[in-house]
Design a binder for this molecule. Structure first.
Ligand code: UD1
Length: 394
């Protein structure tokens, strides 16, 4: 079976790592049973949505993901421009490679672009299938906020998919309500957590805290949602609140390129401390809100696992913090990952600076949630997915 996986943006890579590993493990087992050819021919297509060394290649290297077979090199653009460019370039690849299954992960523009191409493609009449079976990994998540580009991508990808693999039970309910047949939907756990489990011991050996001279309690921050960073009105009060918190506990903030651009554009550099960046903009001294370059997987996992608190607007980090038992404060009004709130360590609090300060202070004063690890977040999601694909795709 020829399975083609798509990866485009940073949060896709840890998910792809689990799938690639499970496919390889399956082939090794089959070889041990005497199969002379691998059962699975796994092809990786990188769309090039993320392209900086630190946003892409570093993850392939650290996670041992095979080098992409094909790179579409689309780069950045408007939503329409980027999606259209991926579609145009991917169509050529699909008609050349004719995979049995197209596997997409998550909710980024690369996910919907390739799904849309696969849903409409027509394989040559001589081929035994009309188009590839579309497999969506991390299906069913809903923020119910259609202003989020990812929510649009999720809804459309799920509605076009033939096999839907879900990380938490809310996803199963959402798909049921949208009329997606139960036979297509499989609750299998979380491939991103597979990768975390595989790498957590290695991450413990990271030297990042020595490099940053961290020798006491600290918090970790990430921010990149357009709704939080793309306007001065939203970004400035958040940074001011973080600055206030950093007077009690140092905050380390690996900055997404989108957010870095906005900090400059809005003239907010002086709220932050630039000690660890190549850039040294004019800033007032003394802030303990430390801006860092984007971090690699292992260093970031190390920083997350040992933080006293994580403050974020990322989707995946809410899940990683829940798995690691680290309190997570999510600066959003909604989450598509509600299990991290109902069962995990996540506090979903929006962006009101007073609420940020009171929540963070309560956590630092010892407030704790009675958290547990969600069902099937056990390191075996990728293997379950490969088993179902082999059983269902004929
Ligand atoms: C994308 C995803 C988002 C995901 C995030 C993780 C969509 C709609 N959004 O958002 O769901 O959480 O990735 O990072 O797919 N840039 C660089 N170097 C890079 C990549 C981007 O400098 O390697 C800069 C460019 O200025 C670019 C901007 O970041 O225009 C935004 O990149 P883009 O991929 O459009 O969206 P993200 O904000 O990264």
């Amino acid at each position: 079976m020829k399975i083609m996986s798509i990866a485009g943006a940073r949060p896709n890579f840890m998910k792809l790592a689990s799938i690639a590993k499970a496919a390889e493990a399956h082939n090794l087992k089959a070889a041990a049973r005497g199969h002379d050819k691998p059962d699975i021919h796994h092809i990786i297509v990188h769309t090039g949505q993320h392209y900086d060394e630190k946003m892409s290649k570093a993850f392939f290297d650290e996670l041992g993901i095979p080098k992409p077979d094909i790179n579409l090199e689309v780069g950045s653009g408007s939503h329409a421009g980027q999606t259209a460019e991926i579609m145009k370039r991917f169509e050529e690849v699909l008609v050349r490679e004719l995979p049995d299954a197209l596997l997409v992960v998550g909710d980024v523009n690369s996910t919907i672009a390739c799904t849309l191409v696969a849903a409409k493609i027509e394989y040559p009449p001589s081929h035994h299938r009309k188009r590839p079976v579309i497999v969506h990994v991390e299906a069913g998540l809903r923020s119910f906020d259609r202003d989020m580009p990812e929510e649009v991508n999720r809804i459309l990808t799920d509605s076009l998919s033939d096999l839907l693999f879900v990380t938490e039970s809310s996803g199963v309910r959402n798909l049921q309500k949208e009329g997606i047949g139960a036979e297509k939907v499989h609750l299998v756990g979380n491939v991103m957590i597979d990768t975390l489990i595989d790498h957590v011991d290695k991450a413990k050996k990271s030297k990042i805290k020595e490099f940053l001279a961290i020798n006491k309690q600290y918090g970790l921050v990430t921010l990149h949602r357009p709704s939080n960073v793309d306007s001065l009105q939203s970004l400035e009060p958040i940074l001011q609140a973080l600055h206030t918190i950093s007077q009690d506990i140092p905050l380390y903030f690996p900055v997404h390129p989108r957010t870095l651009n906005k900090i400059y554009q809005f003239g907010l550099t002086d709220i932050c401390n630039w000690r660890f960046m190549q850039e040294k903009p004019s800033a007032k001294a003394g802030s303990s809100l430390y801006i860092l370059p984007p971090q690699g997987y292992l260093d970031f996992l190390n920083l997350t696992a040992e933080a006293a608190i994580v403050i974020t607007d990322s989707g995946g980090i809410q899940e990683e913090a829940t798995f690691l038992g680290v309190p997570c404060v999510t600066l959003r009004e909604n989450t598509e990952r509600p299990v991290t709130v109902t069962e995990g360590t996540n506090y979903l609090i929006g962006t009101d600076p007073r609420k940020i300060l009171t929540t963070v202070h309560a956590i630092l004063a010892g407030q704790k949630k009675d958290a547990k690890i969600p069902q099937f977040w056990d390191g075996k999601a990728g293997a379950r997915i490969i088993d179902v694909i082999l059983a269902e795709v004929h």
